[in-house]
Structure formats: structure tokens, C-alpha cells
Ligand binder design. Structure first.
Ligand code: ADP
Length: 190
């Protein structure tokens, strides 16, 4: 099974590229951000629990997202492959992820990390905020906090996969198709 971790800061283009990769490779896509937003929208117990974190641009507690992903994996054991978008986002999440894959005789195949300068991220997120209805995209302070949280807690996850020789850094500036082709070039090596 092709297990791709699509990595990068908020606004790097993970969701956009994931949609194209899903179509091209016929694999699944799971976004913890999308699942969390859906829970909040539906007013579930989990949604109520996490709203105070996402509103501020903070990460939700590891155990909650680990359970979400564990559930997903157990429901899709026969998939050809999957893109993990927005997960893992901390070192404990990465460690738990490796373990749960191993139980099923699987592993992360590769991590693709999209690199985009901060100024460009802020510009893209504010633009998305105008159309997406995402409250965390509408507020410059929340955007800056998400970028800070990425640097402080998430960026290290790349080191975790670099140590396993699985990290591929991709220039995330350019046209959507250019970036897509860069991603495919790396995936096709596997
Ligand atoms: P972004 O656009 O900032 O990359 P996402 O759409 O992936 O954000 O997620 C939105 C919010 O959901 C995050 O700001 C965070 O609060 C929460 N979240 C998503 N994935 C995780 C995760 N793996 N660990 C902790 N919190 C998460």
C-alpha cells in the first residue's frame, strides 16, 4: 500500500494537490483538518471538544487525532494507497502512526514536504478566507499563530521521516500543475 504523507505549513497547497493525486493514482485521501471541521459543523461531542483549539489556531490533543486516523486505517485496510494530509503533525503522532501501520504490516512509503515562503502562505490563506468560509483563514492573528505552531511543533516531524530516508522536499511555489508534476516525479520512483 502506498502511504503518502503530504506535509507542509498551512496554505502550502496540500488539499489542492491531494485532490489531483487522488484522481491520478486512484488512492484515498484523509485530512484530519477536514474531519475536524466536519465534526465541529455537526456539533458532535468531538467537535465541541476541539473547537476551542482550532479557533485559536492551536493543535488539538494528539490522542484525538490519533484515534481519528486509527479508525480510518482500520476501515480501509484493502485500499491501494492513501494520502495523509495534516497528519502526523507532532512527533508523538508520527510515532503512534508508525506503530499503527506496523500492526497491519504497513509503513509510511514517503513524505512529500511542500515548501512555501511565509509571505506567500499568509497571502494564500487570506485569499482562501474570502471564499472558504473557514474562520481560521479570515483572521491574520490566527493565521500567524498556525504558522508559528507549525514551526514550533510540526516542522520536526520532517526530521522523523528524514531519519528513515523517506523525506522529499518539494518547491511549493509555481503553478498547480508544475507542483503536481514535481510531486508525481517523486511518487513514481516508488
Ligand atoms: P491548516 O490549513 O492550518 O493546515 P488543517 O485544515 O489541516 O489546517 O486543520 C485545521 C485545524 O485542525 C488545525 O489548525 C488544528 O487545530 C486541527 N488539526 C488538524 N490536524 C491536526 C493534527 N494532526 N493534530 C492536531 N491538530 C490538528
Amino acid at each position: 500500500m502506498l502511504n503518502i504523507v503530504l506535509f507542509g505549513p498551512p496554505g502550502a497547497g496540500k488539499g489542492t494537490q491531494a485532490d489531483k493525486l487522488v484522481e491520478h493514482y486512484g488512492i484515498l485521501h484523509v485530512s484530519t483538518g477536514d474531519i475536524i471541521r466536519n465534526e465541529i459543523k455537526n456539533g458532535t461531542k468531538l467537535g465541541l471538544e476541539v473547537k476551542s483549539f482550532t479557533d485559536k489556531g492551536e493543535l488539538v490533543p494528539d490522542q484525538l487525532v490519533i484515534s481519528i486516523i486509527e479508525d480510518f486505517i482500520n476501515k480501509h485496510l484493502d485500499a491501494k494507497g492513501c494520502i495523509f494530509d495534516g497528519f502526523p503533525r507532532t512527533t508523538p503522532q508520527a510515532e503512534a502512526f508508525d506503530k499503527m501501520l506496523k500492526v497491519n504490516n504497513q509503513e509510511v512509503t514517503l513524505m512529500l514536504s511542500l515548501e512555501v515562503p511565509d509571505e506567500e502562505l499568509v497571502k494564500r490563506l487570506l485569499q482562501r478566507g474570502l471564499v472558504s468560509g473557514r474562520t481560521d483563514d479570515a483572521n491574520p492573528e490566527v493565521i500567524q499563530n498556525r504558522i508559528n505552531v507549525y514551526k514550533a511543533q510540526t516542522a520536526v516531524v520532517a526530521d522523523h521521516y528524514a531519519a528513515q530516508n523517506k523525506l522529499h522536499i518539494i518547491n511549493g511555489v509555481g503553478s498547480i500543475d508544475e507542483i503536481f508534476n514535481r510531486l508525481c516525479t517523486e511518487i513514481n520512483k516508488y
